[in-house]
Design a protein around this ligand. Structure first.
Ligand SMILES: [Cu+2]
Length: 201
């Protein structure tokens, strides 16, 4: 004979389906931005381990953000590659063994940025060092040709997360130079800065 066990159903108070007003609050400007992959930036070399003892940039190569308005404004001379951020000072250290990307002067080249946030964009601009520049000193305005050799206007549009554009490399260059890339953000006071060591042939 089976004992019967009285089971008592628990009364379940059915929750009314009242939509909770859950505000979607986006955390402020996180560490989500971008860096040049072609030509390979110093940030990328640190991130990939080609250059060691880089400090925190190796974990966040996309974070070289500084005030916009270069060259009239922007980061101070000697801190250009770090975008003026003291915590990324290694990027301005000329004694590190930065790999040099071979490229052909005067030829078309496909520039590529990897973005982790597709900010509304004013432009991408590319500067190159002057002939006879001093690779043994941190980069400064005086070492750069005054005008960018390539400007890609975006008119405030958002680029794709991988953004490429083809442009003509400066002509008449040979040997080790620096390409200083600037990503001007349309709706903030900032820009992103990226240094790439190249070797023209
Ligand atoms: Cu960002």
């Amino acid at each position: 004979m089976f004992g019967t066990r009285a089971r008592r159903a628990l009364g379940i108070a059915t929750l009314g389906l009242i939509p909770l007003a859950a505000p979607v609050v986006l955390a402020g400007s996180a560490s989500a931005h971008g860096y040049t992959q072609n030509p390979p930036s110093r940030s990328l070399h640190c991130h990939q381990g080609a250059v060691s003892d880089c400090g925190s940039i190796q974990w966040e190569p996309q974070s070289v953000e500084g005030p916009k308005g270069f060259p009239e404004a922007g980061p101070a001379d000697g801190t250009l590659c770090a975008g003026g951020n003291a915590r990324f000072a290694q990027l301005d250290d000329p004694s590190k063994p930065w790999p040099q990307q071979p490229m052909t002067s005067g030829q078309d080249f496909e520039f590529r940025w990897e973005l982790t946030a597709a900010h509304a964009t004013t432009s991408f601009r590319y500067f190159v060092t002057k002939d006879g520049w001093n690779p043994g000193a941190p980069l400064s305005r005086a070492q750069l040709e005054p005008a960018p050799f390539l400007t890609v206007d975006f008119g405030g549009r958002r680029p794709p997360f991988t953004v490429t554009h083809t442009g003509r490399l400066p002509s008449g260059k040979s040997g080790h130079h620096m390409i200083f890339a600037v990503w001007d953000i349309a709706d903030t006071a900032n820009a992103f800065y990226s240094c790439a060591d190249v070797n023209f042939r």
